[in-house]
Ligand binder design. Structure first.
Ligand SMILES: Nc1ncnc2c1ncn2[C@@H]1O[C@H](COP(=O)(O)OP(=O)(O)O)[C@@H](O)[C@H]1O
Ligand SMILES: [Mg+2]
Length: 241
């Protein structure tokens, strides 16, 4: 089977800073792929280029066999790529349910049969926020705001969901709940690519890891093998591993 997302030779410069340098990466349909690397290694930039937030300086991105390189964010979202931000975000003045309704208003063109959540309420139920449906998003505790961010991304009915540090700031119980949710996504037809620093979390979620360092991919393979790779250990020397 061909990959759902195929990134080839992707580069991004910000002025004199090389954030990404010739990155090749394929995401297979139905997998949960992890992307790790030290701070500033280009992880968020990779997501920003794939989702159209930033135009690449070179290289290409193809999604389900279609070239999406440099398309606008709304076009890429409609094509079926969802995204949660490193910073949790929602319309603070609107209630939780209204936020999910609005996010679902511009769903992808080819959405329809087989979508796992038929209503915004069903989606809130899935992420465990049903009891908070009428609360203003602005008063939610941090953990619930993160779950709302996940619900907003899922409301766009993505075939591929990109999660940027979804567990940042969550306590152990909230992180466990998040892991339980994310693990269910492939069963709902949603391929996942997740960035996080927490290697325990990544080991629980991902069978495969790709590692970035200074904008280049330095490893890509089964999680256990990648975490034992001397090149990877060197990057993390004295750090998280
Ligand atoms: N919008 C931007 N403008 C200028 N430099 C940026 C921008 N976004 C990221 N960078 C730079 O690109 C590099 C990679 O950043 P980033 O992708 O955020 O790394 P990571 O998510 O792995 O911590 C860093 O040197 C960062 O300062
Ligand atoms: Mg980042």
């Amino acid at each position: 089977m061909s990959p759902i997302l195929e990134i080839r030779g992707l580069s991004k410069q910000f002025g004199g800073v090389t954030a990404l340098s010739g990155v090749d990466l394929a995401i297979e349909e139905g997998e949960i792929l992890g992307v790790v690397g030290p701070n500033g290694s280009g992880k968020t930039t990779l997501f920003n280029v794939v989702t159209g937030v930033h135009k690449p300086s070179g290289g290409s991105v193809s999604f389900r066999g279609h070239d999406i390189t440099g398309l606008a964010p709304h076009a890429i979202s409609r094509a079926g790529i969802g995204y949660t931000f490193q910073q949790a975000m929602a319309f603070a003045g609107l209630c939780v349910l209204e936020n999910v309704q609005i996010a679902g208003e511009h769903v992808r063109v080819n959405a329809g049969a087989g979508q796992p959540w038929s209503t915004p309420q069903a989606l809130l139920d899935f992420v465990g926020l049903a009891a908070l449906a009428d609360e203003r998003a602005g008063v939610l505790p941090f953990g619930s705001l993160r779950l709302l961010g996940l619900a907003l991304a899922l409301a766009t009915q993505p075939a591929l969901l990109l999660l940027d540090e979804p567990a940042a700031g969550l306590n152990d119980r909230e992180t466990a709940a998040l892991v339980g949710l994310v693990r269910q996504l492939p069963g709902h037809g949603i391929t996942v690519c997740v960035i996080d620093h927490d290697m325990k979390l990544m080991q629980m979620l991902c069978r495969r890891l790709a590692v970035l360092d200074f904008g280049s991919k330095i490893a890509d393979g089964p999680t256990g093998a990648v975490l034992a790779d001397p090149k990877v250990l060197e990057v993390y020397l004295g750090g998280d591993l």
